[in-house]
Write a protein that binds this ligand. Structure first.
Ligand code: HEM
Length: 126
């Protein structure tokens, strides 16, 4: 039998698509985060995030979008914003029925992206 991947535990392609869709509504409903996405093509963002999650979870995908530092540069994202978005991701995974072990494995693979996402944020105003 094939080795079961984290991707399988996330529900495969339908599971990842449902999780990302769920996350989009949580972002849209969060006044702290929604403003970051004012000029974003949400369909493109969702498709790119699905591909990235599939890749990170050892699914049959290769993320070919921009590196995380470039994708997020100069948005003024704070650590609190980062934690908020990851918290929404966790709630989206719960809502889609992904079990604790798989949730934590995925979140553990997202955590190392923090440094890249924060690398090129605008310096704080004095
Ligand atoms: C682990 C956390 C995160 C991951 C995995 C992630 C992943 C991604 C990916 C894959 C894209 C699409 C890149 C592209 O194809 O152009 C993207 C874009 C974007 N992300 Fe994130 N992101 C994270 C955190 C955040 C946070 C904390 C914010 C803001 C609070 C944010 C705001 C955005 C915005 C606004 C875009 C769209 C930029 C555009 O319109 O081109 N992201 N992110």
């Amino acid at each position: 039998a094939d080795h079961a991947t984290l991707y399988d535990a996330l529900g495969g392609r339908p599971g990842v698509e449902a999780t990302v869709e769920n996350l989009m509504y949580r972002i849209a409903d969060d006044p702290t985060l929604v403003g970051f996405f004012t000029n974003t093509n949400i369909d493109h963002f969702a498709a790119s995030l699905e591909q990235q999650l599939c890749d990170l979870a050892d699914g049959p995908c290769h993320y070919d979008g921009p590196p995380m530092d470039r994708a997020h540069q100069h948005m003024g994202i704070t650590n609190a914003d980062f934690n908020r978005l990851v918290g929404h991701m966790e709630q989206a995974l719960i809502a889609e029925g992904v079990l604790l072990g798989a949730r934590n494995r995925l979140l553990g693979r997202l955590a190392p992206l923090h440094g890249e996402i924060m690398r090129r944020q605008s310096p704080p105003a004095h």
